[in-house]
Design a protein around this ligand. Structure first.
Ligand code: ADP
Ligand code: MG
Length: 698
C-alpha cells in the first residue's frame, strides 16, 4: 500500500482529478456550478461525463449508477453498464452528459406516501455536482437527488439542498448588514459521530431477532454489563482493531475523513467520527460509512449493528450531529471573534439558533423519531425527549448580563462593561462538560445528541438549517428596516434572550426533576414517542415555516408524515411477529424439553433412592412450567393485539395502537421468557445469550 495521502480519495472524482482531466474551460464552468449553483450546459456535461468515464474505466469500472437516498432512509442504486454496441459487432464504453445529469429509475417501489399515483411510476434522479462521484467496486456512483415526475422530492437530499440554500440566503442578508460584501456563500458544516456494536457473525445468525429486526427482543442481562466502565476508551481488541484499520482504509479511498475511533461505554460498542464537512457531503458520507461498516464487518466474520438499542440494559447507540455555520472564506459564524464587531455578529447568530431551537423544538424532536430511537431517548443514557440547549456557565452569564443590562463579571472576577459588543475571552474547554444535554454548545459549534445511530442525518439538518434560516430572516427583516441599526440590534438580541430563555438549561438532563420543570414550569414539549411527535410535522406553524423557505411543499410534508408513521408501524409489527415466532417455535420447545429432562431425571433418581427430595428438579419443573404458561398466554395476547390493528382506520391511529398496546404486550412476553432463560440449561437454550453476544468478539 502506498501512503495515506495517495490512498485518500483515490476512488473519488474530486477536484484534483477534475483539474487533471478536464480542459480549463470545462473545469471553470463545472467549478461555478459546484460553488455557485449555476446551471451546467450540455457541452460541459458531455465533457465531464467523458472524463469521468475514462477515469473510472482506468480503475476497472464497468457500470455507473445514479446513487440516491429514498425515504426508506438507506441508499438506492440501479446499475447500467457503459457498453454501447459498435458497428463492427463489438462494444465501446460510452457515457453521455445526459446520462450523467438525469436518470429515470422506476420509482414505483419506493415509498412516496401518496405523492405519486402508481400509474405515474416514473421518477427521475438529478445529478448533485456538489457531492463528488465515487467508485464502489466496479461501479461509478453519481450522487443524485430523486424526484417525482412533477418535481416533488421523493428523497432526503432534495430538501437538504433546499435547506442549505435557505440558510445561505438569510445568513448572507445578515452578513451584508454587518458590512461584509465579500462572502459569496454560507453553508452549514456537520461532523457526525457514529456509534455501533460489533457481534460475531456466527452468533448473529443464530438469533432471528437480530436478523429480522436488528435488535435483541429477548435476553436476560449478562452478569457483567457496563457497570465497571472498563470498555469506554479501553484497549481495542485485535479483531476489532483489524476491522477498524480496514474500515478506515475503505473510507479514506472514498475521500471520507475518518478521524477518531474508540470503544464506547457498552461492551462491544464503538464509535467513529469523521472530520466535519458541508451538510450535504457529510450526509452522503455518513450513509456510505454505515454501508461500508457493514460490508467490512462481514469480511471479518462480524456483524455491525447500527440499531439504536440492540440490547436492553446497556447503552444504545446514537449519532452526535456536530453543526456549525461557516462562510466560503472559512469564517465560523458560531465562533466568538476577536473584535467587538465579530462578537455582536456571533451573538446574533447564537440568538438565531436559540430562537430556532425553541420555536421548532417539535421539528428537531420528530426529525429523530423512529421506532428504534424511541427506546433510547429518555432512557438514562441518551438525552431526554425534551429539547433544551446547554450553553455553559460562561456564555450563560454573558447572556444574563445582556438580558439584565448589567455589567458582566467574568471568570477572573474582572468586571467588564458589556454592551452587546464585548465578549470576554472565551475558553472552549468549559463548555464541553455536559453530556446529558440534547443540544450543547461546544465552543464553536452545537452538538445535537438526540439522533439515533441508524438515522440518516439529513432530516435533522434540514430542520436545523431551515429553522435557523427562519430566525435569521426575521432578524434581517427587522434590521434592514431599522432607523438606528445599533439600537435595534441591541434590543433584538436582548429580547430574543428574554423570550427564549426557557430553552436554555445547563443542569443534568437525565434528572426526573428537570423533565417535570421543563414541562410544568417552562412549557417545553415532551413528545415521548414517534406517534406522539410525528403528526406535528403538519402543525400550521411548521408547515408555514418550512414551505415559506421553499424547503418542502405541503404535499411533501404530508407524504413524509405518512411514510415515517408507516415505517414505525412496519418496524414494530415485524418485531412483534418475530417475538411470537421465537417464543412459540424456539423458547417454549426448549423450556419444555428441559422440563421433561428434569422430570425424567427426578423419576430416575427416585426409582433408585425413593427418599431423595429432588428439590432442584421439582422446583425448577414447577417454576419453568408456570413461566411456560405465562409465555404462551403472553404470545396469544400479543397475537390478539396485532390482529386488532386491522380496526385502525388510518396510519395515525394504527401507530397509536401499536405504541399503546402492542409494545406493552411485547414487554409482557419478554419478562417471563427472560426469566425462563436464567433457569434453563445452556445446552437447551436455543440462541446465544447476552453474555455471548456482548463479550464474544476477541
Ligand atoms: P467529542 O467526542 O468530544 O464530541 P469528537 O472529536 O469525537 O468530539 O467529535 C467531534 C466532531 O465534531 C468531529 O466530527 C469534528 O469534526 C466535528 N467538528 C469539529 N468542529 C466542528 C465545526 N466547526 N462544525 C461542525 N463540526 C465540527
Ligand atoms: Mg465523541
Amino acid at each position: 500500500m502506498g501512503g495515506i495521502p495517495e490512498l485518500f480519495g483515490s476512488m473519488v472524482f474530486d477536484d484534483r482529478v477534475m483539474k487533471a482531466t478536464l480542459s480549463a474551460n470545462v473545469y471553470q464552468s463545472l467549478r461555478k456550478t459546484i460553488d455557485e449553483g449555476l446551471a451546467l450546459d450540455v457541452e460541459v456535461a458531455n465533457a465531464v461525463a467523458e472524463a469521468m468515464k475514462d477515469w473510472a474505466v482506468s480503475k476497472g469500472v464497468t457500470h455507473f449508477t445514479h446513487w440516491f437516498q429514498p425515504l426508506t432512509g438507506i441508499t438506492a442504486e440501479k446499475h447500467d453498464s457503459f457498453i454501447a454496441p459498435s458497428p463492427d459487432g463489438g462494444v465501446i464504453m460510452e457515457f453521455s452528459g445526459k446520462e450523467l445529469i438525469k436518470g429515470e429509475p422506476d420509482a414505483s417501489s419506493f415509498p412516496s406516501g401518496g405523492l405519486r399515483a402508481t400509474f405515474e411510476a416514473r421518477g427521475y434522479t438529478a445529478w448533485d455536482p456538489t457531492s463528488y462521484a465515487f467508485i464502489k467496486g466496479t461501479t461509478l456512483c453519481i450522487p443524485t437527488a430523486f424526484c417525482s415526475y412533477t418535481g416533488e422530492a421523493l428523497d432526503k437530499k432534495t430538501p437538504l439542498l433546499r435547506s442549505m440554500e435557505a440558510l445561505n440566503r438569510q445568513a448572507l442578508r445578515i452578513l451584508r448588514l454587518f458590512g461584509n460584501d465579500e462572502v459569496k456563500r454560507v453553508s452549514a458544516s456537520v461532523g457526525p459521530e457514529q456509534e455501533y456494536f460489533l457481534v460475531t457473525r456466527e452468533m448473529y445468525d443464530q438469533r432471528p431477532d437480530l436478523r429480522f429486526t436488528g435488535r435483541t427482543l429477548f435476553g436476560a442481562p449478562a452478569p457483567k454489563g457496563q457497570q465497571m466502565d472498563d470498555h469506554y476508551f479501553g484497549v481495542i481488541k485485535p479483531r476489532v482493531a483489524a476491522f477498524m484499520a480496514e474500515l478506515n482504509e475503505e473510507l479514506w479511498k472514498l475521500g471520507i475523513l475518518a478521524k477518531t475511533e474508540h470503544n464506547e461505554v457498552a461492551p462491544a460498542q464503538h464509535e467513529l467520527a469523521p472530520i466535519y464537512t458541508t451538510t450535504n457531503v457529510a450526509t452522503d458520507h455518513n450513509q456510505l460509512t454505515m454501508e461500508i461498516m457493514q460490508r467490512v464487518a462481514a469480511k471479518h466474520g462480524l456483524v455491525c449493528l447500527l440499531h439504536e438499542k440492540p440490547f436492553a440494559g446497556v447503552n444504545g447507540s446514537g449519532k452526535h450531529n456536530n453543526w456549525s455555520i461557516a462562510t466560503d472564506s472559512g469564517q465560523n459564524l458560531l465562533s466568538p471573534g476577536d473584535t467587538p464587531g465579530e462578537n455582536v455578529q456571533f451573538l446574533l447568530f447564537l440568538c438565531a439558533v436559540i430562537k430556532a431551537v425553541d420555536d421548532f423544538q417539535d421539528l428537531l424532536r420528530l426529525a429523530t423519531a423512529t421506532a428504534g430511537n424511541d427506546h433510547r431517548l429518555g432512557a438514562n443514557e441518551a438525552p431526554p425527549a425534551v429539547v433544551s440547549i446547554f450553553l455553559g456557565d460562561e456564555l450563560n452569564a454573558v447572556l444574563e448580563a445582556i438580558e439584565n443590562d448589567e455589567p458582566y463579571v467574568g471568570a477572573e472576577k474582572a468586571q467588564m462593561r458589556l454592551g452587546v459588543d464585548v465578549l470576554p475571552p472565551f475558553s472552549r474547554d468549559t463548555t464541553d462538560r455536559n453530556r446529558t444535554s440534547p443540544f450543547a454548545f461546544t465552543g464553536n459549534k452545537f452538538e445535537f445528541r438526540m439522533l439515533g445511530s441508524s438515522n440518516s442525518i439529513a432530516c435533522v439538518n434540514i430542520m436545523l438549517n431551515t429553522a435557523v434560516a427562519e430566525s435569521l430572516k426575521i432578524f434581517a427583516d427587522r434590521l434592514e428596516g431599522a432607523e438606528d441599526f445599533e439600537q435595534t440590534l441591541h434590543e433584538m438580541i436582548k429580547r430574543t434572550i428574554r423570550d427564549h430563555r426557557r430553552i436554555i438549561f445547563n443542569g443534568n438532563g437525565y434528572d426526573d426533576a428537570w423533565i417535570e420543570e421543563a414541562v410544568e414550569k417552562r412549557g417545553l414539549l415532551n413528545y415521548r414517542t414517534t406517534p406522539d411527535c410525528m403528526p406535528h410535522l403538519l402543525d400550521d406553524k411548521n408547515v408555514r415555516m418550512l414551505t415559506s423557505h421553499g424547503v418542502f411543499t405541503l404535499s411533501e410534508l404530508k407524504s413524509r408524515t405518512e411514510i415515517m408513521l408507516e415505517n414505525y408501524c412496519n418496524v414494530v409489527e415485524i418485531e412483534a411477529a418475530t417475538m411470537r415466532e421465537m417464543a412459540l417455535s424456539q423458547i417454549l420447545p426448549a423450556v419444555e424439553s428441559y422440563v421433561a429432562e428434569l422430570a425424567a431425571a427426578a423419576a430416575a433418581k427416585r426409582s433408585v433412592a425413593p427418599s431423595l427430595a429432588c428439590a432442584y428438579e421439582a422446583e425448577t419443573v414447577v417454576r419453568l412450567s408456570e413461566l411456560a404458561d405465562r409465555i404462551f398466554q403472553a404470545s396469544e395476547e400479543l397475537g390478539e393485539a396485532m390482529a386488532s390493528l386491522e380496526q385502525a382506520s388510518d396510519v395515525v391511529e394504527r401507530s397509536r395502537k401499536i405504541c399503546d398496546e402492542v409494545l406493552a404486550k411485547m414487554d409482557a412476553l419478554r419478562t417471563p421468557a427472560d426469566e425462563a432463560e436464567t433457569l434453563t440449561s445452556r445446552k437447551h437454550w436455543p440462541f446465544p445469550t447476552y453474555g455471548d453476544l456482548l463479550f464474544g468478539v476477541d
